[in-house]
Design a protein. Structure first.
Length: 398
């Protein structure tokens, strides 16, 4: 714990900016941010570096400001990445017990065997997160490791989140050029799930994150992050459809959607002339706008949810599935809420605009995780070369 007593540096990277903060722990290991700074731009797109030299220059500048204010030179950093191009793999291992007691050695054998086989098939990737997803003893689901219990057959499911080695190397190079070693990397999608767990006291849910140009699905089961999927379309697709069908400019459509009431379907209500600019004015009913929007939203929801075969197992076992629907294009999505809700069957839907979030809330959560860990995560030490397997699984038995 001595390491946590000093000042700790945190950096969150998104496509718009760097969020840099210094955090400290008191004697009870409570975490507090003591310095923070925002710097734009980051020179990242979709969580990937597009201009290393500019990223290094921008990051150095903001870290120098922080170090001057704190009168402290940092040597390592904890990093949150808003990366969505990573692999999520669920793998189960088994052990026949024949009525015997399950021992920690039995579980170690299963886990080491899974890790070995995954390492052989995914040589160009590095584990970022590893979660204990399910424990089954004689087909009975348990919440904790069943060490000491008796049974005939044990199944253990793990979820691995992995990044391509070259992406990880690029991030490490960015910070090395700033004279910093990376202590730990964490995925923003994991932290976003923790926010829901802490805010709503709900540990099993599906999170749909509707961004401007992409959709992300995250599923948490008993607090374990166990599924992620990304789609390369977002809320902008709805506006583009309206613009195309009605021959309007996309920015005019954006303004129009912000100003009209989509709950009104009166055929005698029309789009105002001011949204046509230099285009020829045409009588376009509000009802027609709603029909265009509804058709595109239905198609999107069918792709990401209703007809998504990757969610079959999730939906079958969660008849009353709770869905947390988050979005950053507030003015757009707020107008489509009632249409979106109509296409989800037998689900409890909760809407939240990420524009209301505290900018540094993710770093605050990371600070707590760094000290106290997460109950369902076995933390891989990805930057040390020796004893990799034992280090990956050591937290399972603590």
């Amino acid at each position: 714990m001595k390491k946590l007593k000093k000042k700790n540096l945190f950096v969150e990277i998104n496509d718009k900016c760097f969020l840099v903060a210094v955090g400290e722990y008191d004697d009870e290991l409570n975490f507090k941010i003591t310095e923070k700074e925002v710097f734009s731009p980051s020179e990242f797109i979709n969580g990937k570096i597009v201009d290393l030299e500019k990223s290094v220059k921008n990051l150095k500048k903001i870290i120098n400001q922080i170090e001057n204010r704190t009168n402290f030179i940092f040597s390592e950093v904890n990093v949150i990445i808003n990366q969505s191009d990573f692999n999520c793999v669920n793998i189960s291992g088994f052990k026949k017990l024949n009525g015997n007691q399950i021992l920690s050695e039995d579980i170690s054998y299963i886990l080491n065997d899974i890790k070995s086989k995954l390492g052989e098939s995914e040589k160009h990737k590095t584990i970022i997160h590893l979660f204990n997803t399910k424990f089954l003893l004689d087909n009975k689901s348990l919440k904790n490791l069943p060490i000491g219990l008796y049974g005939n057959f044990y199944s253990h499911q793990l979820t691995f989140f992995m990044m391509n080695n070259y992406e990880l190397k690029n991030i490490k190079t960015l910070f090395n050029r700033c004279n910093l070693n990376v202590n730990k990397i964490i995925l923003k999608s994991f932290i976003d799930g923790i926010k829901i767990i802490e805010s709503y006291k709900q540990d099993t849910f599906l999170k749909i994150d509707l961004k401007k140009n992409e959709v992300q699905l995250s599923f948490f089961y008993n607090s374990a992050f166990c599924f992620f999927q990304r789609f390369n379309f977002g809320s902008e697709l709805i506006l583009k459809d309206i613009a195309k069908v009605c021959s309007l400019e996309i920015e005019n459509v954006r303004q129009m959607i912000s100003n009209i009431n989509l709950k009104i379907s009166d055929e005698n209500m029309y789009v105002e002339k001011k949204y046509f600019n230099n285009n020829s004015f045409r009588k376009i009913s509000l009802k027609h706008i709603i029909e265009i929007s509804s058709a595109r939203i239905e198609e999107m929801i069918n792709i990401i949810f209703n007809k998504n075969s990757n969610l079959n197992n999730i939906k079958d076992k969660n008849n009353n599935l709770i869905i947390y629907f988050e979005y950053d294009e507030k003015n757009t999505v707020d107008k489509f809420k009632n249409i979106i809700e109509s296409y989800f069957k037998d689900c409890k839907l909760n809407f939240n605009s990420t524009s209301n979030d505290d900018y540094f809330s993710s770093i605050r959560i990371f600070g707590k995780l760094l000290c106290k860990g997460w109950s369902k995560e076995a933390i891989p030490i990805v930057y040390e070369k020796k004893s990799l397997i034992s280090r990956i699984f050591s937290s399972l038995f603590e």
